[in-house]
Write a new protein. Structure first.
Length: 229
């Protein structure tokens, strides 16, 4: 219990610090790109009949965590002037089977005019010691690596021992078939005790969403810098 309290206090303090940081970042990004509307597509993995991964204690399902995180992220983005669309906003799949569901997600993202998309997932593994958030991307666009790296850089703040890096991933239908810049974020392992503490508290999910948000801002800022040079 003591450890848990310490952890929550840590999250709280980090959140405040990041809040200040994001305020200054947002000002810069908005100043550069006020004329252009930036649309960000958020994809909350799974939903409805498709629960995704399950926690080791079987109380937590991936689909609920991905949706909550996306809703936090959506609110942060919208409050600071970004446009946001989501592949789902409730606990519903986009089709009656998994294949059509993923086709629909890809189609929604591809038909949109989004500047970037972020697909959110949470992991599971037979060994409870495996842990840590990680971002994944394909090399279809150079910007994918930059976006995945920027988000990953912030995700280390929840776990300084996380050795994972932004990683190229092929064979995921959504990543392979989207024709927009984007990446996939695995929030952590539902089968790891510490990851699960973070991902089952609203404060924890709000924190993780804020880190993804900051990564997006860093990415946009860097892209802006390039176009303004
Ligand atoms: Zn998933």
């Amino acid at each position: 219990m003591k450890k848990r309290h310490k952890y929550i206090l840590f999250l709280f303090l980090t959140f405040i610090i990041l809040g200040f940081m994001s305020f200054f970042s947002v000002k810069t990004v908005i100043a550069h790109q006020a004329k252009n509307e930036i649309l960000i597509y958020l994809d909350a993995g799974h939903g409805g009949f498709d629960g995704g991964a399950t926690s080791y204690d079987e109380h937590t399902i991936e689909k609920d965590i991905t949706l909550k995180t996306c809703l936090y992220l959506k609110s942060y983005l919208e409050k600071t002037g970004f446009k946001v669309k989501m592949t789902r906003t409730t606990d519903k799949a986009l089709a009656k089977n998994k294949r059509d569901d993923i086709l629909k997600r890809v189609s929604l993202i591809n038909k949109s005019k989004c500047n970037i998309y972020i697909s959110i997932h949470a992991n599971a593994y037979p060994s409870k010691t495996v842990k840590g958030a990680q971002t994944f991307f394909t090399t279809r666009y150079d910007e994918n690596l930059l976006l995945a790296t920027k988000i990953m850089n912030y995700l280390y703040t929840v776990d300084a021992t996380n050795q994972r890096v932004a990683k190229e991933l092929n064979g995921k239908y959504l990543l392979d078939n989207t024709n927009k810049i984007g990446c996939l974020v695995e929030l952590g392992f539902l089968t790891n005790e510490l990851d699960l503490v973070l991902l089952t508290s609203d404060d924890g999910l709000a924190k993780v969403a804020s880190l993804i948000y900051l990564g997006i801002l860093d990415y946009l800022e860097e892209q802006n810098g390039k176009t303004n040079d």
